[in-house]
Design a protein around this ligand. Structure first.
Ligand SMILES: [Zn+2]
Length: 306
């Protein structure tokens, strides 16, 4: 899922893309995102775009078939027959070791169990929200591929979010933890802003070379994106703090102030991000809930009130 960025200021590509609001622009080396096509992005990585483009999915969900003679399927998305057929075409005569869902959201996981059963291989996921055959955990190695691959638990966008890292090549499959051309929606209560920022910061030490996201194009300058993601969240947090006072400010009014340049239809999504920031600030003793619930709540600042 995606959220708004403000007028493109400070976005890593300078485009300020917001799915559903502005078009996706690919880099010069990007292969156009076309549903159903088998696209070998780099040797050993085939992308098949699911036919589920939309406000929350951007151009659609990227399904990946990764590996050589043995391969793993990542995020088969839904159960659309043409998409399942395209995934099977991409698999061809490869030996599949498993079908993995990065997280439980409806644009990633629903087709995973059925496809795994159909192929006679295990369904792999973190067990917090799904019932996988192989329960993935942080830093768990997945056996059976030609190269080493490690699952990383990256809560924030979703509590059960898993990324896959190939340490020898620096390839990183990010699911919805990082996106090509958009920020990520953090939607409480399952979404957790503090956990999200920690999960992004952690990636800076891994040696990632290329990010293959769950939506959008590959990202070839991971450090630029990671730094921008962290800076963007900190900037938003500062904005939230600057708008808060000791008497109480509603999320609705904060969103109107912070997101004045995007259509009101997107304000509901923006409100989730503001709420997520407030919960983080509450955990740090810098804000408190005054009244109301969720995106309809009102919050006060603690300390440093001018
Ligand atoms: Zn998604």
């Amino acid at each position: 899922m995606s959220s708004s960025t403000k007028s493109g200021e400070g976005s890593p590509t300078g485009t300020g893309i917001t799915w559903g609001l502005r078009p996706i622009e690919g880099g010069p080396s990007d292969i156009p995102l076309v549903p159903g096509e088998l696209q070998e992005l780099i040797p050993g990585v085939i992308r098949i775009l699911a036919p589920n483009a939309g406000f929350f999915t951007g151009p659609g969900t990227n399904t990946y078939v990764v590996g050589g003679e043995s391969a793993i399927v990542i995020d088969p998305a839904g159960t659309d027959e043409s998409h399942v057929a395209a995934i099977k075409n991409a698999i061809s005569n490869r030996q599949v070791i498993g079908v993995l869902a990065t997280h439980h959201h409806s644009d990633h996981a629903p087709g995973a169990k059925a496809l795994a059963d159909d192929l006679g291989v295990p369904f792999m996921a973190h067990p917090a929200k799904l019932e996988p055959d192989v329960a993935l955990a942080d830093e768990m190695e997945i056996d059976g591929l030609d190269s080493e691959v490690v699952a990383l638990h990256t809560p924030g966008h979703a509590s059960d979010h898993i990324c896959l890292f190939f340490p020898h090549t620096g390839l990183f499959f990010s699911g919805d933890h990082l996106m090509g051309g958009s920020t990520v929606v953090i939607s409480p209560p399952d979404g957790d802003m503090a956990a999200y920022i920690d999960s992004v910061k952690r990636l800076k030490t891994l040696g990632i070379e290329t990010i293959m996201p769950g939506h959008g194009q590959p990202i070839y300058e991971p450090d630029v994106l990671l730094d921008w993601y962290i800076a963007h969240r900190m900037e938003r947090e500062e904005q939230v703090l600057s708008l808060l006072d000791s008497t109480g400010v509603s999320i609705v009014s904060m969103v109107a102030e912070m997101y004045s340049d995007i259509p009101e239809a997107a304000h509901r999504v923006a409100a989730m991000s503001v709420w997520a920031h407030l919960i983080k600030l509450e955990g740090e003793g810098r804000a408190r809930l005054a009244s109301g619930e969720g995106a309809a709540s009102t919050w006060c600042k603690i300390g440093d009130v001018v």
